[in-house]
Design a protein around this ligand. Structure first.
Ligand SMILES: [Mn+2]
Length: 322
């Protein structure tokens, strides 16, 4: 019989990497890591597991990996899964141990934290802060004895690790998430990572530079209730799009934000945020142009150039009511 192999599969954002970091902090083992940029969701198909192999999956949607999962289970692999994204129907199989929770104040790092009874809590907090679960993370951190300065450091680290997962091409982030994980694995806790690894500061500076660059671009439309920014296609704009939309929305809670980025093949990738003060209507607007998402935040994969005028017209007149 071939030797048992292990595969660790996770999203490359802070929640994914920190969920895995907790588990391997508790159960160290040699495993092959499979991860990528935040947008790379279909990761399980990259796993060549066979009978008796063990696969750990953190923070990727079961729904988007169902075929690969069924294939692994059918050949006898054992799969443990932690996630908080839509799962669809969960296969019933003795080889699958699924920890799934879709409540809005849950993330994969907190699911692992629960399973490990908080024994790797500082990493769990970094993951939760990375997924913007600030209130939940603050409460848990304070209850675990972390003071305000420590909470701020964990939050900053979560935001930074998360930023490093954005982009479209593997070379867009400063360091590939798999290499960032290797650095995280060297340190017992996030504070040691922050002290020892200068790349964390470099990512943070890159985030600041990217944001400043994007905010230096004059809006294509700017009104009381809506603003449209059109970014060129470049590594920095591929990293910063979502972060810019969130930053603008936070600074102007009564204004809706649309951040467009030129696509190399023509057209635009569009991120829409409804006003924070009235988070409705983003999905309806995007659906009218073939997009999708949630009421507060939605997007369009490819808006044709010829539709730009019509999009701005409609976006700037939207009422953003529930
Ligand atoms: Mn997550």
């Amino acid at each position: 019989m071939p030797a048992m192999r292990r595969f660790d599969v996770c999203n490359g954002d802070a929640d994914g990497l920190c969920a895995l970091r907790q588990w391997r902090g508790e159960f160290p083992a040699d495993a092959q890591l499979v991860t990528g940029l935040k947008r790379e969701i279909a990761l399980l198909q990259r796993v060549p597991a066979e009978a008796a192999d063990e696969v750990l999956v953190c923070d990727i949607a079961l729904e988007r990996n169902r075929d690969a999962l069924l294939r692994l289970l059918a050949c006898g692999a054992r799969v443990r899964w932690f996630d908080h994204h839509a799962a669809g129907e969960v296969p019933r199989h003795a080889g699958l141990e699924a920890h799934l929770d879709f409540s809005p104040d849950m993330c994969s790092s907190l699911l692992v934290d629960h399973e490990l009874h908080g024994r790797q809590r500082s990493w769990a907090l970094v993951g939760a802060y990375g997924d913007e679960m600030t209130e939940v993370a603050d409460r848990l951190a304070a209850g675990s004895g972390f003071d305000a300065a420590q909470r701020a450091a964990l939050r900053r680290l979560g935001r930074t690790i998360n930023y490093n997962a954005y982009g479209e091409q593997p070379s867009d982030p400063l360091i590939h998430p798999a290499d960032l994980y290797a650095l995280m694995a060297r340190h017992a806790d996030p504070f040691a990572l922050l002290d020892a690894e200068p790349v964390i500061g470099s990512i943070e500076r890159q985030r600041g530079d990217d944001l400043a660059r994007a905010q230096g671009i004059a809006p294509a439309w700017d009104g009381d209730s809506a603003r449209v920014v059109v970014l060129p296609d470049a590594p920095w704009s591929r990293r910063v799009g979502g972060t810019l939309a969130n930053a603008l929305g936070e600074a102007a809670p009564r204004q809706a934000q649309a951040v467009l980025r030129a696509r190399p093949g023509g057209g635009y990738l569009v991120s829409v945020r409804a006003p924070r003060a009235s988070p409705h209507g983003a999905q309806a607007l995007c659906a009218a142009f073939g997009g999708s998402g949630r009421a507060a935040a939605a997007g369009i994969d490819r808006l044709p150039e010829a539709e730009l005028g019509r999009f701005i017209e409609r976006f700037s007149r939207s009422r953003w009511v529930g």
